[in-house]
Each structure stands twice: as C-alpha cells, then as structure tokens.
Ligand binder design. Structure first.
Ligand code: SF4
Length: 331
C-alpha cells in the first residue's frame, strides 16, 4: 500500500512524525498523488473557487527583530513609512471596485498604529461592507477583543517554526508567547490564520514535519507555508532559499489533514519559480492575495526579499484560469 493510500485511512490527529515525514518528502509520482488528493479534498469541501483578497501594507515600522526580515527594528538603513487613515480607506475603496470583498491590512508589529485602526476597521466594515483581515503582529488579548468589536473578522499570527530553540534564535522571542497570541485571537472571536517557514537556516526536516503537526493541532481557519527567501540587510542574508517542493507538500498536507481552511498560494512561491503560485493552487491552495499598496510603499515593504513578486489582479486572474479554477463569485 502506498503512503498516500495508507494516510487516506489515517486520522491526522493521531498521525506520527514518521507518517508526516513520508508525505513531506514525497517526490515524483507520490508527490503528484498527494497533490491530486489535495485537489480532491479541496473540491469536496470548498469547490473549485479561489478567494481573492486585497492587501494593503499599512506600515513597515516594526518593533520586532526577526532575523529573516529586512523590516526588523535594527535595520536602520530602511526608510520607514506608515499610511494614514484616509490613504487606507481610499485604497480599500479601490479594492472594492475591483470586485474583491476582503481587505487584508498587513504591517510590522507597531502598536502605535492601533489608534488608526480604531478609525479604519469600522469604516471598512460598516461603510464599505467589506471583511477585514489583519496581520499586524502580537497584541494582548484585550487588543484582539477590541479589534473584533471594531469589526475585524480574522487575524493571522504565523508560528513560523515549531522548534522552540530555532524560534528564539530567529525571532528573539518565545514560541509559547507566540502561540498564546494565536489562542487569544481565537478566544476574542476572530478567525485565525497561522503558518510556517520552510528552509530556515538550521531547520531540520524533522522540525518541518513537527510544524505540520503543530499546524494541524491549532485547527486554524487559514494556514500557509512559505519558503524561506534570504533578505538583504538581515542576519540571514547569506542563507540559501527554502525548497519549493517542501513548501508545496506542506500546503498539500495541510489541505488533506484540515480539509476546509483557506490556504493562500503566496507570492514567495512565484518569486522562486515562474508559475509558482499556479503550482500552489495545484497543491490544494484556494486563496490569492493581490497587492494594492501604493508603489512607493511597496518598495519599502521588505518582508521577504528585495526581489519579491508583487501580485497584480491580472496575474491572479491568469493564475486562477491556468489552474482550471474559478474566482469566488463574491470576491
Ligand atoms: S517578520 Fe513581521 S514581526 Fe518580524 S521583523 Fe518582519 S515585520 Fe516585524
């Protein structure tokens, strides 16, 4: 019996690291079988629709110091920016005009921005009648509750790696605290997103398998897997990028194990390989995020790499079509 047939009869809640490792390292025909299984599970649970989101990168000011990110507080070479409320609302309006119903506000961890969010979230939710997704770093439970009361629907806090020692080294904080913020966001009534990075320096394949087990245990509403991409002006700038196949396999395993979550096919896949986001959709993903950040700010939003791929609406539509899927009708 192949590993795929065997895993189809296994409850992922009880899957072992050895089981996950076999799926994670799948190549050739076995990998294609895994991707086909992921597409079948997506179709059964979510249909063949791809949800489009519009992201606004509201600030590159951050008080954290993640070693893989050029927006880290210690990078004094990077000019900083923060969009104001009117700029954000104008862009949200453009997202709505593009037929997209989710505004994704992403930014560095900068609690000074929370005053601005008090103005912006209710206006996007109530005036524009759009969903608000946030990815703005760690906050207290009270702040997550406030975001929910203001009208935010969802919040993303990626755990990045399940390896406590590696997390401490690269993110300069405790993994337990990070996971606590995921639980706080969930208990505040927000839908939660999380995910990992694949191919960090000193990350073992066993620890990547543990990432998958952790992702399954968290039962998120959204989950992603991002290949590590070395970023200039960071301590990890001389590392080598993560293996795209490991990221795609991770996404496929999340799909077959968790069934219903939204799984984005992220722009970093396209940065590594032309057609990478189509490959993500073929591995079971069902979300594409289109970048609506003003050009001059996009250039300063260096979360992944200098050569990041910026997703346009045209690119997203072509990618959905090339994967034989459809844009979600309410998007
Ligand atoms: S990854 Fe996020 S939290 Fe970490 S330094 Fe970059 S912007 Fe800040």
């Amino acid at each position: 019996m192949s590993i795929i047939e065997q895993m189809k009869m296994t409850d992922f809640e009880t899957a072992s690291r050895a089981d996950i490792l076999q799926l994670l390292t799948a190549e050739g025909e076995v990998q294609q079988e895994l991707f086909q299984w992921a597409r079948d599970v997506r179709r059964e649970n979510n249909g063949d629709d791809v949800l489009l989101r519009g992201v606004i990168e509201i600030t590159n000011i951050c008080n954290k110091n993640c070693d893989y990110c050029a927006m880290r507080a210690s990078n004094k070479d990077l000019p900083r920016y923060a969009l104001n409320a009117e700029e954000i609302l104008d862009i949200a309006q453009s997202i709505k005009q593009a037929g997209i119903t989710t505004v994704f506000l992403q930014g560095g961890q900068n609690p000074h921005n929370d005053v601005l969010l008090e103005q912006v979230i209710p206006r996007i939710k109530n005036d524009l009648k759009m969903d608000v997704l946030l990815c703005l770093g760690e906050r207290t439970q009270e702040v997550y509750e406030k975001f929910a009361q203001l009208g935010a629907k969802s919040y993303i806090v990626k755990f990045e790696t399940s390896d406590k020692v590696l997390y401490q080294e690269i993110a300069h904080g405790s993994l337990e605290n990070r996971l606590q913020t995921v639980r706080w966001a969930k208990s505040a009534g927000l839908k939660i997103g999380t995910g990992n990075i694949v191919g960090l320096p000193n990350q073992t394949i066993q620890s990547m398998a543990d990432d998958i087990l952790l992702g399954i245990k968290l039962r998120p509403d959204f989950i992603s897997s991002a290949p590590f991409i070395p970023n200039a002006h960071t301590p990890l700038e001389h590392g080598t990028h993560g293996n795209i196949n490991l990221a795609l396999n991770t996404m496929a395993i999340f799909r077959v194990a968790l069934k219903t979550p939204l799984i984005p096919s992220i722009s970093a896949l396209e940065s590594l390989v032309k057609g990478g986001q189509r490959m993500g959709l073929e591995a079971g993903a069902n979300v594409l995020t289109i970048n609506f950040t003003p050009k001059e700010s996009q250039l300063l939003y260096k979360i992944y790499s200098e050569q990041r791929f910026v997703v346009s609406l045209d690119h997203a539509l072509r990618t959905v079509e090339s994967a034989g899927l459809h844009v979600h009708q309410n998007s």
